[in-house]
Write a protein that binds this ligand. Structure first.
Ligand SMILES: Cc1cc2nc3c(=O)[nH]c(=O)nc-3n(C[C@H](O)[C@H](O)[C@H](O)COP(=O)(O)OP(=O)(O)OC[C@H]3O[C@@H](n4cnc5c(N)ncnc54)[C@H](O)[C@@H]3O)c2cc1C
Ligand SMILES: O=C(O)[C@@H]1CCCC=N1
Length: 408
């Protein structure tokens, strides 16, 4: 067969997940092509920007388990490339002490023996200056958490992929995917044939999967990425080891998070973990700023050293699972009728139900970056038909037939 194909595998989409998948495939001696619709680097998807949080603090054990190995894989990439990608700051988790969300994170961390520090009202401000802990809130620090240098990480993994002989073609949009024992991929510049294909197209995943007769229950939302000015420069700075933070509840909303000031001197990034639905090709037509009102109240209340008005607002996209339907468009595989689903924020990692040589990774919502190395490993294992290193049942598409729980 190899004489009839141009590549062993074609990966569509050079965001964090596609880039790590291509890198893992090249490490396994697979001749791999990584296709990207835009000129790299770009700011139109989900993987751009200078920083992301890395943490083990999750409500579910399975994410915490995956992160154990993932920290190792990040460190391995740092050594291999001679580049620093991670800075330990700790993650301060705050939330109503008795709430389910806060308690689940605490239990998962304790059960898995992740190093944490529990803070109380008396020692809180000594450890974390310039933050007001709300009445009734508990606080703990996931000590090994920190900041990933996202843009640098993306560039690094793509460079390592090329060093292994992998080929990246950017500014080349995939316009068709024809399934078969050999998959034919048509782009704006040519036609390629491969034994297998991985779709890691972020907000555009469903557009590509439609060519294969599959639609996932994905919703694309625009996130307002807000930066807030320090009243006294340096008071929330990464160099002072100010931690990342996650506030599990504020007023009626869930999940506000932030990172110490770093990429823009004197500005701290604080965002709301949600946004309004958008079309990824018309992202900047969406102008809903109601999340910014919530953030302003949160900053005024909890971060007295910041000016409660964003100094800079940038944009990024989340692709997650919304209250929509899984639709199988004809073809051999049918789940029967259209189904209503409960939203969940878990990833989608699976093989196509009718074409096992088409693998996809999607729905990484607002928390997939830190998992990039392990997602790459898992998608590579699916391509090679190997037993996945982790139980993939929380991530398989068949879960959409079951009732699912909301998770961060
Ligand atoms: C504001 C914000 C904050 C976040 N914070 C964190 C955090 O602190 N920690 C964390 O772990 N995660 C975080 N995340 C989540 C994380 O960044 C995403 O889960 C991750 O980047 C998703 O990567 P991806 O590769 O799936 O998608 P993308 O980065 O969007 O990559 C998909 C790529 O596919 C390309 N593509 C699509 N269609 C085609 C086509 N037809 N042909 C060729 N190429 C195509 C796109 O152009 C794009 O480059 C955050 C996300 C946002 C938006
Ligand atoms: O993934 C992360 O750590 C951040 C913070 C919590 C909400 C989403 N992204």
């Amino acid at each position: 067969m190899s004489t009839n194909v141009d590549y062993d595998c074609i990966v569509i989409g050079a965001g964090v997940q596609g880039s790590f998948t291509a890198y893992q495939l090249a490490k396994k001696n697979q001749r791999t092509l990584l296709l990207e619709q835009f000129v790299l680097p770009h700011t139109r998807g989900s993987s751009h920007g200078q920083t992301r949080i890395i943490r083990k603090a999750y409500q579910q054990d399975f994410y915490t388990h995956m992160m154990e190995e993932c920290y190792e894989l990040w460190a391995q990439l740092e050594r291999e490339a001679g580049v620093k990608l991670y800075r330990q700051t700790g993650l301060l988790v705050m939330g109503p002490e008795e709430s389910q969300g806060y308690q689940m994170i605490k239990n998962t961390l304790q059960k898995n023996k992740v190093p944490i520090e529990i803070l109380n009202r008396d020692n809180f401000s000594q450890h974390i200056p310039n933050v007001n802990l709300a009445l009734g809130d508990g606080a703990m620090v996931d000590i090994t958490a920190g900041v990933l240098y996202a843009d640098r990480a993306l560039k690094t993994v793509q460079r390592q992929f090329e060093k292994l002989g992998g080929v990246i073609r950017d500014n080349e949009q995939v316009t068709d995917v024809k399934p078969g024992p050999v998959v034919t991929v048509t782009t704006s510049a040519g036609v390629y044939r491969a034994k297998s294909v991985v779709v890691t197209a972020g907000p555009w995943a469903n557009r590509l999967l439609a060519h294969t007769g599959l639609q996932l229950p994905l919703t694309v939302v625009k996130i307002n990425v807000c930066y807030w000015k320090e009243k006294v420069p340096g008071s929330y700075n990464v160099k002072q080891r100010f931690p990342c933070f996650l506030l599990t509840e504020f007023e009626e909303t869930k999940d506000i998070y932030g990172l110490p000031s770093n990429e823009y001197p004197g500005l701290m990034k604080i965002c709301y973990h949600g946004g309004s639905e958008t079309n990824p090709d018309q992202r900047d037509k969406t102008t809903n700023r109601s999340d910014i009102d919530i953030l302003q109240r949160c900053v005024a209340c909890c971060f007295p050293g910041l000016v409660p008005e964003p100094a800079v607002v940038e944009s990024c996209l989340y692709t997650g699972l919304g209250v929509v339907t899984v639709r199988i468009l004809g073809g051999a595989y049918r789940v029967g009728t259209t189904q209503q689903l409960t939203p969940d924020h878990h990833f989608v990692l699976d093989c196509h139900p009718s074409h096992s040589n088409i693998v996809f990774g999607a729905g990484f919502s607002g928390h997939g970056f830190k998992f990039g190395p392990i997602i790459g490993k898992l998608l590579c294992e699916l391509v090679l038909g190997e037993v996945p290193s982790y139980d993939l049942s929380p991530f398989r598409i068949r879960r959409f037939q079951d009732k699912t729980k909301s998770a961060l």
